[in-house]
Design a binder for this molecule. Structure first.
Ligand code: TYM
Length: 343
């Protein structure tokens, strides 16, 4: 981690990281899936080389959907293993558990006093989740405010996320602007960093791939499980017979091939001309997914054999970020006038 710069003369100016900082969070609400990987995790790994990177297991967010304590602990543990296996290196990034650092929730509360209710009520994900049957709690409504706090408590300016998070990032910027207008220029406006993947569709070919929709391809499932899931994917509904020409732009199996081989244009052409059938295309996709994740899965199995490793990584992550977050909260306390007065 690099340090932050603070001005020493005149009015105290907000501290800014020397190297641009990156933050992103992932909910421990289920196993990592292809949407998480292609939309976000690929960039988590890449950005470690260029930025100060902090990644969070956002268990406070996951409380909106995971309601069993044992299960929450297990899922948080598993998510750390997933992130290490895809390539996060605790030497180059800080891997944290949100609930270990209660200042995230404190800053979210302070933001709550700035955010008009209408802003969060309008968030598309709030509507989506309610339609999926998620309990309509204060936590669900407040979800994007806590997300904004997660990011800016580290003054992170870049946020690797999938394109489904565009509205949340826009709201984070609005919250920062509202806070800075009231109290002075403390926070930078965070910008999303996207991969070249679109919002990845689920195995139903219709809805976004998501744990809550139950339409995921978990990246670390056993090979036979991946084969079974991929073979059951919905393809082009108009392609009834093997001889019918397919529409690769509609078929999610064809679309996913883009990410697992340089020959995807030929694969798409095979579908369009009915040279190949859906079964062939699915079998090939399943094998390519399995091959792609095989070395990561081997690493994951190795890491899982040491049950203490995860907690050690999280403790080191929390120790690394604590000075950053304490500095931000001192600035915030001074600006809003809470807590003991510092000289
Ligand atoms: P979560 O756990 O739902 O998703 C984690 C990441 O995976 C991306 N993602 C997808 N990308 C493309 N296609 C999909 N089908 C797909 N499904 C998931 C998400 O965009 C996300 O980047 N709200 C965040 C969690 C969060 C957060 C934060 C993110 C809490 N605080 C601060 C960034 C910064 C979320 O969607 O988690």
């Amino acid at each position: 981690m690099t340090s932050t710069v603070t001005q020493t003369s005149g009015q105290p100016a907000p501290s800014r990281p020397v190297r641009e900082r990156v933050f992103s969070g992932i909910q421990p609400s289920g196993a990592s899936h292809l949407g998480n990987y292609l939309g976000a995790q690929v960039n988590y790994v890449k950005l470690q080389d260029e930025y100060d990177t902090i990644y969070g297991i956002v268990d406070l967010h996951a409380l909106t959907t995971v309601h069993d304590g044992e299960e929450m602990r297990r899922l948080s543990h598993e998510m750390v293993l997933d992130l290490l296996a895809v390539g996060l290196d605790p030497e180059r990034c800080a891997l944290i558990r949100q609930s270990d650092l209660p200042e995230h929730a404190e800053l979210a509360w302070i933001f709550n006093t700035v955010v008009p209710v209408g802003w969060v009520e309008r968030t598309p994900t709030y509507k989506e989740k309610r339609e999926q049957g998620v309990d309509n709690t204060m936590g669900l409504l407040d979800y994007p405010v806590l997300q904004a706090a997660d990011i800016v408590i580290y003054k992170a300016s870049r946020v690797p996320v999938g394109k489904d998070q565009a509205a949340h990032l826009e709201l984070s910027r609005e919250i920062v602007r509202a806070f800075n207008r009231r109290y002075g220029p403390i926070f930078p406006e965070p910008q999303p960093v996207y991969t070249d993947a679109p919002i990845v569709l689920g195995t139903d070919g219709q809805r976004k791939m998501s744990k809550s929709a139950g339409n995921t391809i978990p990246i670390f499932a056993e090979p036979d499980e991946i084969r079974k899931i991929v073979m059951n994917m919905v393809t082009d509904p108009q392609r009834i017979k093997r001889t019918d020409p397919g529409r690769p732009e509609i078929c999610n199996v064809c679309q996913l091939h883009r990410f697992f081989g340089a020959d995807y244009l030929q694969i798409q052409d095979g579908e369009r001309t009915a040279r190949t059938g859906c079964v062939d295309t699915k079998q090939l996709l399943a094998e390519r997914i399995i091959e792609h994740f095989r070395p990561m899965k081997a690493k994951r199995d190795q890491l899982a054999a040491n049950p203490d490793h995860v907690e050690e990584v999280l403790a080191a992550g929390a120790a690394k970020v604590r000075p950053i977050l304490e500095a931000t909260m001192a600035e915030v306390h001074a600006a809003v006038g809470i807590g003991p007065k510092r000289r």
